[in-house]
Design a protein around this ligand. Structure first.
Ligand SMILES: CC(C)(COP(=O)(O)OP(=O)(O)OC[C@H]1O[C@@H](n2cnc3c(N)ncnc32)[C@H](O)[C@@H]1OP(=O)(O)O)[C@@H](O)C(=O)NCCC(=O)NCCS
Length: 167
């Protein structure tokens, strides 16, 4: 596990993954897509997983415009939050996931808070998320709904939520 811990609360640590940790993240992605995205058919799941292969994660980890934070409890990777920063000032959260057993412990909230700080540090004034399944979660943690794109990626309705940073 990585020593580069960004946040620590009781037993929960939020940190950037080491290269070895990427194998733990892979397992998390597989579990998430195979067990929780029943709205997608098998072909779509395969494409989503291909986009999160070890190589993709390794490249993302090395890119200066990407953010990857993982949550760790007792040496176990229980959550992940991926993002992309931009020099136009608007950052994007690409993916957030917490293992079912560890939900409602504020882990996703904390990963987003750590990500928001990182986006601010990289001169972003706004953070954007898109979701097809977690609208109520984003509302709950103070993100504002900006738009809905009907029959969008994979033919699903996608909701755009955002938060102004530094306010
Ligand atoms: C959505 C998800 C990331 C939330 O993770 P989590 O760690 O359980 O969330 P938190 O504990 O930080 O929740 C923060 C608050 O939001 C609430 N909340 C969490 N999930 C919620 C949901 N699906 N709907 C409504 N409220 C939710 C919590 O109760 C908590 O409220 P509180 O402040 O009153 O206690 C997690 O349920 C998940 O991984 N789901 C499957 C994948 C997914 O939907 N990802 C998002 C796709 S963009």
């Amino acid at each position: 596990m990585n020593d580069n811990v960004q946040y620590s609360m009781d037993s929960i640590k939020i940190a950037k993954p080491s290269v070895l940790d990427l194998f733990l993240l892979l397992r998390l992605f597989n579990k998430a897509v195979n067990e929780e995205y029943s709205i997608y058919n098998d072909d779509t799941k395969k494409i989503i997983l291909k986009r999160h292969s070890f190589l993709h994660l390794l490249i993302a980890r090395g890119k200066p415009n990407r953010t990857i934070f993982m949550s760790i409890i007792e040496q176990r990777c229980v959550g992940v939050c991926l993002g992309t920063t931009s020099d136009d000032g608007v950052g994007v959260i690409n993916w957030i996931y917490v293992l079912p057993k560890y939900r409602n412990m504020n882990i996703a909230r904390k990963m987003l808070e750590v990500s928001e700080k990182e986006f601010e540090r990289r001169n972003c004034h706004k953070l954007l998320v898109t979701t097809e399944v977690a609208q109520d979660f984003y509302r709950k943690i103070g993100y504002k709904e900006e738009a809905v794109l009907k029959k969008h990626w994979w033919g699903k309705d996608f909701y755009y939520f955002s938060k102004l940073l530094g306010s």
